[in-house]
Design a protein around this ligand. Structure first.
Ligand code: GDP
Ligand code: IMO
Ligand code: MG
Length: 427
């Protein structure tokens, strides 16, 4: 396999975890490059479900895993996740996992501020995961963040935390009327876990370069999705990182010529967790049916996911923004029972057709999807492992996706398990 980047093309939860787990068999190193524990990536292996929020989904395939500089890491969640995986007989020793010394730490005040902001916004909230992601990236951008390398120098660490807490506590107390955080407690909590964290810290950029020079294959695991990207998504209803393929280089610390193949993960329909516009959202029985059949509940927050038809305006947008070289269509089996399946091919806005995804949500909110209707295949697909065996109408649906996006479908997923997969074209 070539070095490969896995990218969500929609609003997250496309099934990236399953595909990364699957393709990790052919990789040596698996790397997260952005986001944090707002992600929830599900792997189902031998009937057992494992959800990871921070540790790359290559860990079950016993591949070396890396958390790049572009990721924001809640150190307490990281250690809990290591414990959870170890209790499931997964090796997560420091030989198997490295965290970039340049990655920023999500601190307790980030979570407090994330939640206080959402509460204050009321019905104008973004619907964040409440994990402190935005406030942590904010401190990174304003150059006040705490990085893993800061854990090496205790005096400097204490000084940094003390300086920043003064400001955070002022903000919490006087703007949100919330309780301030106790400085000694914040520092002590970090010191308690510091010794466990130290062996995991490394210069990930250097490690990836050394591996790559020796011919190791890299697999980059995107989190969230293209339309949650801070630049290109449905701003402000987005996450706070760059989720597109280009950032796999910056967020891992490698040059872009190491990104050889970019696979876009496309759920066979669309879902969204949290607030924000969603042109093809269904509010009827079909939407409920898809939600139930697809078990569409968030893997991080447990929230019900909003469901709708496949939106090819979005997929075309993702194809361009990420230079997708192939598509992986997931959750095909969820559509097995439907009589008819719709695909949105363009939007209608103010009486004219717009083919491209608009930059502002005001326009998007007033876009009406233009649909074409396809007959369902009305057949169980979850046992198929050969493309040739798929029902004709399922093949036509997939062919139409390729036609509309200009990107070949390479893998089709027909169930949550690693084995429920059809490899149409070699990766
Ligand atoms: P991610 O965030 O992109 O990794 O996706 P999530 O893990 O949050 O959500 C995808 C959900 O769909 C998980 O519960 C997966 O186990 C499940 N899943 C993945 N692929 C398939 C599939 O082809 N069919 C079905 N029925 N479920 C799938
Ligand atoms: P994976 O990697 C789906 C959404 C949140 C919210 C918005 C901002 O599992 O696909 P944040 O906490 O990031 O500031 O929240 O982004 N969101 C996700 N939705 N899948 C995810 O990750 C998400 N990560 C964040 O619901 O709308
Ligand atoms: Mg998820």
């Amino acid at each position: 396999m070539l070095n490969t980047v896995i990218i969500g093309t929609q609003w997250g939860d496309e099934g990236k975890g399953k595909i990364v787990d699957l393709l990790s068999e052919h990789a040596d190193y698996v790397v997260r490059f952005q986001g944090g524990n707002n992600a929830g990536h599900t792997m189902v292996v031998n009937g057992k479900t494992i959800i990871s929020h921070l540790i790359p989904s290559g860990i079950l395939q016993k591949k070396k895993c890396f958390i790049g500089n572009g990721v924001v890491v809640d150190p307490f969640v990281l250690l809990d996740e290591i414990d959870y995986l170890v209790s499931n007989q997964v090796d997560v020793s420091p030989d198997m996992l490295k965290v970039s010394s340049r990655a920023h730490l999500i601190m307790p005040y980030h979570k407090e501020i994330d939640n206080a902001r959402e509460d204050k916004k009321g019905d104008k909230k973004i619907g964040t995961t409440g994990r402190g992601i935005g406030p942590c990236y904010e401190d990174k951008a304003t150059r006040r963040g705490i990085r893993f390398c800061d854990l090496m120098d205790l005096d400097l660490l204490k000084e940094k935390i003390s300086t920043i807490l003064e400001e955070k506590n002022f903000y919490l107390e006087h703007y949100f009327h919330a309780a301030p955080l106790d400085q000694d407690l914040v520092i002590n909590d970090i010191l308690q876990i510091r010794d466990r964290l130290l062996p995991y810290i490394a210069d990930v950029s250097v490690a990836l370069h050394q591996g790559s020079t020796k011919g190791k294959t890299l697999l980059f695991e995107g989190a969230q999705g293209t339309h949650l990207d801070i630049e290109h998504g449905t701003y402000p209803f987005v996450t706070s990182s760059s989720t597109v393929a280009g950032n796999a280089a910056g967020g891992a610390g490698v040059g872009p010529n190491l990104l050889n193949q970019i696979l876009g993960i496309v759920k066979a329909y669309t879902t969204r967790v949290g607030e924000g516009p969603f042109p093809t959202e269904l509010f009827d029985e079909t939407g409920d049916k898809i939600q139930k059949t697809g078990a569409e509940f968030g893997a991080t927050t447990g929230r019900k996911r909003r469901c709708g038809w496949l939106d090819m305006v979005m997929i075309k947008n993702a194809a361009r923004l990420n230079s997708l070289t192939g598509l992986v269509i997931t959750k095909m089996d969820v559509l097995d029972d439907l009589d008819e399946i719709k695909i949105c091919t363009a939007y209608q806005y103010n009486g004219s057709t717009i083919p491209d995804f608009p930059p502002d949500i005001k326009t998007l909110e007033h876009c009406t999807p233009l649909y074409e209707t396809h007959p369902g295949w009305k057949q169980k697909t979850s046992d198929f492992t050969d493309y040739a065996d798929l029902p004709d109408n399922a093949k036509k649906y997939l062919e139409r996706i390729t036609q509309l996006s200009g990107v070949p479908v390479k893998i089709i997923s027909v169930g949550p398990g690693r084995e429920a997969t059809i490899i149409k074209e070699a990766i």
